[in-house]
Design a protein around this ligand. Sequence first.
Ligand SMILES: C[S@@+](CC[C@H](N)C(=O)[O-])C[C@H]1O[C@@H](n2cnc3c(N)ncnc32)[C@H](O)[C@@H]1O
Length: 245
Amino acid sequence: MDEHHQDGQESTLHEIRLNTTNPHSRTIRSFVRREGRITRAQEQALTRLWPRYGLEADARLDLDACFGRRAPRTLEIGFGNGETLASLANQELTTDFLGVEVHRPGIGHLLLTLERRELDNVRVISADAIQVLKTCLPDASLDRVLLFFPDPWPKKRHHKRRIVQPDFVELLARKLRTGGVLHMATDWEDYAQHMLEVMAGTASFRNRAGPGNTFPRPDYRPLTKFEQRGLRLGHGVRDLLFERI
Ligand SMILES: C[S@@+](CC[C@H](N)C(=O)[O-])C[C@H]1O[C@@H](n2cnc3c(N)ncnc32)[C@H](O)[C@@H]1O
């Protein structure tokens, strides 16, 4: 999750090459595992606070047991540093939030924020969101899925790495209850178009803005870190809200 994502880099190409050597084990990932800088406090938080907020991604989860209650559930995919997730969780204390991210410094940052704000309605999973959806989450268990500023993979040859793809959307459709909402946002016009096209290809969702349309940022969504970077670059931001039908 850094500026390297904006321009397709060596390790990415390496990974694609490795994964395509054997067509049977080919996995195209929407992220590059790059540790980046992690502070000592974040590193310690990953151990110290994991028992309180962390969930393992190796089996189907009983979400009522994980949160100790039954409540509306929101999943955020790729929460980055988690500031948006923590703000939303603080605004909506009667909702349970599940955050999935692969970037360890970001996870550490979120854990520290949750502790500082004394939030108890958030749980964190450190894994590929696709695996989490497939393995851990029961069908119709989510009321809302948030996907804010997913890696844009701007080069055409990398478009296959964009997380929004027909299979991904059908997986989300299975995990959302009827009437549930998929909320996406992006500052890349061509990714917004891609999202609209993929969503137009499924019968499982209805565009709340009307076919082919997007919304400006709703007031309840805090500005994210990547959004602020996009705005500094002069990018326009689009929010896409789809209802599971
Ligand atoms: C461009 S950043 C945006 C972060 C944050 N949502 C924001 O707006 O500031 C995209 C994030 O998605 C994460 N990500 C990408 N693919 C993922 C996946 N399959 N599972 C979990 N996290 C993923 C990356 O690690 C990265 O932190």
